[in-house]
Ligand binder design. Structure first.
Ligand SMILES: *[C@@H]1O[C@H](CO)[C@@H](O)[C@H](O)[C@H]1NC(C)=O
Ligand SMILES: *[C@@H]1O[C@H](CO)[C@@H](O)[C@H](O)[C@H]1NC(C)=O
Ligand SMILES: *[C@@H]1O[C@H](CO)[C@@H](O)[C@H](O)[C@H]1NC(C)=O
Ligand SMILES: *[C@@H]1O[C@H](CO)[C@@H](O)[C@H](O)[C@H]1NC(C)=O
Length: 461
């Protein structure tokens, strides 16, 4: 504290000469400056310029280019694949025509991405040109100022600022509560997902092959006494809708198909608040799903038998606008994909504003549930077959062939990093996987595959 005050004093008065001191009632000092005044305004204007300069070049702008570039690159690769498939088809039939239409749509979106990229790059070029000019003139000006700085005003000022910063830091430390709030610590002692092995279990449900769309699993946050329970939702109306959730007391009773307990959401199917699409999850004793004919997430409380919901952003696709799929198939009414991980519940969806690319949002558990943070990705939702979350990282799968699904993509919500080259393979028992979800409690993946219920183990590094 003492040294801080002293150096302020030195910096302000060092170029001032005390010429005379008259004694009397008051002590009067006459000060004469022996040197030309230091052009403080000039220095301040440089400081302002430097501040503005830093502000225009924020790192997020450069990240935007990276993301766009990745998106374009990924799209082009996908397009190339599609065109080669189309060339092989060449049967002049409907299939070819449909594929051609999808390629046309893809091409439009690639062009749109390109022009967005072009605009961004252009604005960056302007920024960097004007910044270079400004930097040059600032450097020149600072040299001139330094020559004037005989009394080391600038260096003293710098030192003052350092001392002030230290002081502020010191005060902050004193005031700080023992445990400063830690933002979103990650609960991932297991490390990074590197492989998926199995299937561990593979069975038909009591429904037989009647319902190809559905989901199953275990509640990652079960009520006491319900830790061993498994749940199952089959889309019993047109493979699109369901109006009840089925529970089994254990895996074995489920695989054998005995002792099912059904909890009804609504008496008819479909109607307001019934389930639409297969990508549902159970969390904390409640089922989260896409509410019937609505761009919103419903939560059905199993014990209270009541539904609350939360709206997704404006223009969110629903009712088969942005489903999952691959060239040969579309997974109908999969506009919304609910997911669970170590931190809670998430939802994946899409909007035209994000070019049909996937968007990820956190769901906050409150009453009613609400949307938390949101991230745009650069993966086109229709080329993805499924997604799931592990430790705040979004993973997406694609169809390789009838035997293999591939986890090809990840998006880390903590760093914003997107990867397109994961190449983790999932061995399939049936051609399609209609729903896929991760359970952070047993670290298993639960899949519903053409009416079969399948589970896999995850391997972490
Ligand atoms: C990118 O912008 C330049 C001029 O700014 C223009 O000549 C070029 O055609 C644009 N390219 C695309 C793909 O929009
Ligand atoms: C992943 O697991 C499969 C099945 O156990 C195994 O064959 C494969 O080698 C593993 N891949 C990697 C990269 O560890
Ligand atoms: C479900 O309802 C029960 C009983 O009303 C309540 O205690 C519980 O907090 C609710 N759960 C959720 C997730 O809203
Ligand atoms: C996602 O993209 C949309 C459309 O470009 C934009 O309005 C929105 O702010 C973006 N959201 C985030 C979280 O970046």
């Amino acid at each position: 504290m003492k040294s801080f005050l002293l150096s302020v004093w030195t910096a302000s008065f060092i170029f001032v000469h005390i010429s005379q001191c008259v004694s009397g009632k008051d002590c009067v000092c006459e000060l004469k400056n022996l040197q030309p005044p230091f052009p403080m305004e000039k220095l301040e204007s440089f400081l302002t310029s430097a501040y503005l300069c830093t502000k225009t070049i924020s790192s997020t702008e450069f990240m935007e280019v990276d993301t766009l570039m990745l998106g374009v690159q990924q799209r082009l690769e996908q397009l190339e694949e599609r065109v080669s498939v189309l060339e092989k088809e060449d049967d002049g039939g409907l299939y070819g025509a449909v594929s051609l239409r999808i390629i046309e749509l893809e091409l439009d979106e690639i062009l749109e991405l390109m022009s967005k990229l072009n605009r961004t790059i252009d604005s960056h070029r302007q920024i960097s040109q004007s910044t270079a000019t400004k930097l040059h003139s600032m450097t020149k000006g600072m040299r001139e100022l330094e020559a004037l700085d005989i009394s080391n005003v600038v260096s003293k000022e710098r030192e003052n600022q350092r001392v002030k910063r230290d002081l502020a830091k010191c005060e902050h430390k004193l005031q700080a509560t023992p445990q400063p709030p830690t933002p979103q610590t990650r609960h991932c002692p297991q490390g990074q997902l590197v492989n998926v092995t199995g299937p561990r279990t593979y069975a038909l449900t009591k429904y037989g092959t009647s319902y190809p769309y559905g989901a199953w699993g275990k509640d990652p946050k079960p009520a006491p006494g319900k830790e061993d329970m498994y749940w199952l939702v089959a889309l019993t109306s047109s493979s699109v809708y369901a109006n009840y959730v089925r529970h089994y007391s254990s895996l074995s009773t489920m695989l054998v198909g005995v002792g099912a307990v059904d909890t009804i959401i609504a008496s008819s199917n479909p109607t307001t608040n019934t389930i639409e699409g297969p990508n549902v999850v159970m969390y904390g004793g409640a089922l989260y799903y896409n509410c019937y004919y609505s761009p919103s997430v419903c939560r059905f409380n199993i014990s209270a038998r009541s539904v609350t919901n939360t709206q997704l952003p404006k223009n969110t696709g629903y009712y088969n606008k942005f489903p999952f799929g691959h060239l040969g198939a579309e997974y109908s009414y999969t506009d919304l994909d609910l997911a669970t991980d170590e931190s809670g519940v998430w939802v994946v969806y899409s909007t035209p504003e994000n070019f049909g690319n996937m968007i990820l949002s956190e769901l906050i558990e409150g009453s009613p549930p609400s949307l938390g943070r949101t991230w745009n990705t650069s993966v086109y939702k229709r080329t993805v077959t499924n997604t799931f979350m592990v430790c705040g990282v979004l993973y997406a799968t694609r169809f390789l062939d009838k035997q293999t699904e591939e986890i090809f993509y990840s998006f880390d919500t903590e760093t914003g990093e997107e990867r397109f080259n994961l190449k983790i393979r999932i061995q399939k028992m049936q051609t399609n996987i209609q729903s896929l979800n991760y359970n952070p409690r047993d670290r298993m993946l639960y899949a519903y595959s053409d009416a079969y219920i399948v589970s896999y183990s995850t391997v972490f590094k």
